[in-house]
Design a binder for this molecule. Structure first.
Ligand SMILES: Nc1ncnc2c1ncn2[C@@H]1O[C@H](COP(=O)(O)OP(=O)(O)OP(=O)(O)O)[C@@H](O)[C@H]1O
Ligand SMILES: [Mg+2]
Length: 405
């Protein structure tokens, strides 16, 4: 008799606030990559009386991003909470049908899920998978455990620091077990940098920097923030010492140029490293949250004493924001100052840090036992979506890497 996983291919999904990573898990490659990364964005025409591309009334993902000038954009997920379920379903439709050209009814799904997602949300996603997409099997994996299965990361002990768009999650994993009560989460992440950069750019004197962007940033709509996100990705970097770098810039101003979609250019100087500083000092946006380096240190120090040394030696940065230039070096420098002198810190960033959660999920879904771990349609019909809490260990049992592999 063939196993379930041999009958159906598994689609791996990591739906983030900024982007949705999707693709088939591929057992034949050591180096899997998501087939598509879809912006988690939807848009409706600003003026319904003026027809937009194809006279459609709703745009999703890349299409919405491309013609964003004519649309009012929204993100269905905010801080890990799905606010617009119709838009969320549209994103999945787009990911499955348009990008993968897949029939979900002939597939099973591995869904990456955040540590602190609400129970009801987990159940509703499961119902959507079986009721709307008619999938054959469903599996929910703790997002912060997934990078541990990636071939490059592959380890039993790590401090996974996932710095995404809306949320940063810090998860200690010791000898395969997630230290759930020590895991931390903060809203200081990529979007915080965008908001600070938008503020700095609107404050900048119009004459010296070209008034184009300034004029476009007078409102803080998502359309504007999308543009700022692109400026950030093209120009921003983290300074080892922000104050010192500001003094250097006063003497010898270095200017970065960014080309706007309309062809005009804006110039940036110290905004490039002042905006990312919010990650380390959230008080500059009026937040009482703890900065990233301090939070990593606090997390390790809250773990049992016998685990701390190995956690310091296995810090793994993942998530799109961790790819910002200078960020790993800054965290390592700050931690060296905070940690006891005798501690050796080893901090790494995966080559594919922005998609490593997906690739870890793909490796997990390719494992021999995976098929038997799925929630099958029969079981879903019998027990309903509430079964996921005990089946995928959201309740009281400890998460362990060895559960699945
Ligand atoms: N080169 C770069 N420099 C700076 N930031 C970057 C770069 N590349 C990506 N980012 C940022 O990474 C963030 C997206 O990361 P990621 O895809 O991990 O988030 P997400 O999974 O969609 O969100 P979340 O996990 O918070 O729900 C965005 O804020 C994006 O601007
Ligand atoms: Mg994410």
């Amino acid at each position: 008799m063939s196993s379930f996983s041999e009958d159906y291919q598994t689609i791996v999904l990591d739906v983030g606030a900024c982007s949705t990573k999707v693709g088939y898990s591929d057992i034949d490659t050591d180096d899997p990559e998501p087939q598509a990364v879809v912006p988690t964005l939807v848009g409706v025409p600003i003026n319904p009386d003026i027809p937009v591309m194809g006279c459609k009334s709703y745009f999703v993902g890349d299409e919405a991003r491309k013609i964003r000038g004519s649309l009012k954009l929204t993100r269905p997920i905010r801080n890990g909470i799905i606010h617009d379920w119709d838009a969320f379903e549209e994103i999945l439709q787009c990911a499955f049908m348009n990008e993968l050209r897949a029939n979900p009814a002939e597939s099973s799904i591995l869904m990456a899920d955040k540590m602190f997602s609400p129970r009801k949300q987990r159940e509703r996603i499961c119902e959507m998978m079986f009721e709307q997409f008619d999938v054959q099997g469903y599996f929910v994996a703790l997002q912060s455990l997934l990078p541990m299965f990636d071939n490059e990361v592959n380890r039993e002990t790590a401090l996974i620091v996932d710095i995404g768009h809306d949320i940063t999650e810090i998860t200690p994993v010791h000898e395969g077990f997630v230290l759930v009560h020590q895991a931390r989460r903060t809203g200081i992440s990529g979007r915080s940098v965008d908001e600070k950069l938008a503020q700095l750019l609107t404050e900048t004197t119009i004459s010296s920097r070209g008034d184009n962007l300034h004029r476009r940033l007078l409102s803080d709509t998502l359309n504007d923030l999308e543009l700022v996100r692109e400026v950030k990705e093209g120009c921003c970097h983290v300074a080892l010492d922000c104050q010192e770098k500001r003094l250097e810039y006063e003497v010898d101003t270095v200017v970065e140029t960014f080309q706007l979609p309309d062809g005009s250019e804006i110039l940036l100087d110290e905004e490039c490293f002042r905006a990312p500083e919010v990650l380390f000092d959230p008080s500059i946006i009026g937040s009482t949250a703890v900065g990233l380096s301090q939070l990593i240190y606090d997390t390790i120090m809250s773990c049992p004493i016998e685990t701390r040394r190995s956690l310091y030696q296995n810090i793994v940065l993942v998530g799109g924001t961790s790819t910002m230039n200078g960020l790993p070096e800054r965290i390592e420098q700050d931690l060296s100052a905070l940690a006891p002198e005798s501690i050796h810190i080893d901090l790494g960033i995966a080559d594919n840090a922005d998609t490593v959660t997906w690739t870890g999920g793909s490796c997990l879904a390719s494992s021999v036992q995976f098929g038997s771990s799925l929630l099958s349609r029969d079981h879903y019909d019998e027990y309903g979506s509430g079964i996921i809490h005990s089946k995928f260990y959201f309740d009281d049992k400890p998460y362990s890497k060895s559960l699945f592999s």
